[in-house]
Design a binder for this molecule. Structure first.
Ligand SMILES: C[S@@+](CC[C@H](N)C(=O)[O-])C[C@H]1O[C@@H](n2cnc3c(N)ncnc32)[C@H](O)[C@@H]1O
Length: 280
């Protein structure tokens, strides 16, 4: 299936995030940090908070699981931890850039399927299929259908991700399936709920941290670049500002209007860990 413009910009955003996060903050992962209350909520602790997230995730893998499919494996670092813990792990990554990084990291130990999960074709079956902050990118019904197909009998689906609540308004932060739609869809599938843990409180601090970085770094840098262009290339700059005025306004609304706060995250989003068992 051909990638849409939206999918391409989302993928590019994730790839750029991975390069910047790794270079500036030594981040290994692409998911939120899990803030336990012991860490000061500061960007310099994001690396440690991400490690807490992985610990939390792994602690919910049921006994008896041997083989795992890590869907939307990002940089491959969770898969590396899982391999070190003794699981056999394969990965799915639609991003050539991230799939390459994952192959370099994991070598022969893991099979990296370079495709969207919705298009995955394999005869292999797994004891657990993992979505670490990747479920929101996958088409709901097709994702569940594939999961049932690629799971062994009596095996598990583990999702840790943000969902949208049924609340009017929005916080300028997209992403996440609507929680009520997820419950509807999963209710029609042969799955039994084993765990449903709300970790919105532990993940909300990421939003204030990101917002702070955008306000203190993103906004001044954007203003300086626009100012430089208007002085150096006044006519071209005016034309570009006019041509892309809707896009610029949209970006301004999205990032700088003060709606992206931890408080709004708690109001509009629900970050959950779900463990489901496939019933036969
Ligand atoms: C926020 S990152 C999380 C990465 C990683 N699981 C982690 O926790 O660090 C989202 C991941 O989902 C992947 N992704 C996006 N759309 C996908 C799709 N349709 N099928 C599979 N993976 C997808 C992205 O390439 C990226 O690796």
């Amino acid at each position: 299936m051909e990638k849409t413009k939206n999918t391409i910009s989302r993928e590019t955003g994730i790839e750029i995030g991975s390069i910047c996060g790794r270079y500036f903050l030594k981040l290994e992962h692409l998911h939120y940090g899990y803030w336990t209350g012991e860490l000061e909520e500061d960007i310099t602790n994001l690396h440690a908070a991400q490690q807490e997230y992985v610990k939390f995730l792994i602690s919910h893998i049921p006994d008896g699981v041997k083989t795992i499919l890590d869907v939307g494996c990002g940089t491959g670092q969770i898969a590396r931890r899982l391999l070190e813990t003794g699981y056999q792990v394969d990965c799915v990554s639609p991003s050539r850039f991230l799939a390459q990084q994952t192959r370099e990291l994991l070598g022969e130990k893991s099979n990296v399927f370079e495709c969207r999960y919705e298009e995955l074709q394999t005869e292999k079956r797994y004891d657990l299929i993992l979505f670490a902050e990747s479920f929101q990118y996958i088409a709901l019904e097709q994702g569940l259908k594939n999961t049932l197909r690629f799971l062994n009998d009596d095996s598990y689906m583990l999702i840790c991700d943000a969902f949208r609540k049924d609340v009017d308004g929005n916080m300028g932060l997209g992403g996440g399936h609507r929680l009520s739609k997820f419950y509807d869809a999963i209710g029609k599938c042969p799955f039994t709920l084993a765990k449903d843990i709300d970790i919105t409180k532990q993940t909300a601090p990421n939003i204030d941290i990101m917002d702070d970085a955008i306000k203190n770094v993103g906004r001044p840098v954007a203003h300086l670049v626009l100012h430089f262009l208007s002085v150096r290339y006044p006519i071209a700059s005016k034309l570009l500002r006019w041509k892309y005025r809707k896009k610029l306004n949209k970006l301004n609304d999205k990032y700088f209007d003060g709606r992206r706060t931890a408080e709004n995250f708690r109001k509009f989003k629900s970050y959950r860990l779900f463990l489901y068992k496939k019933t036969t």
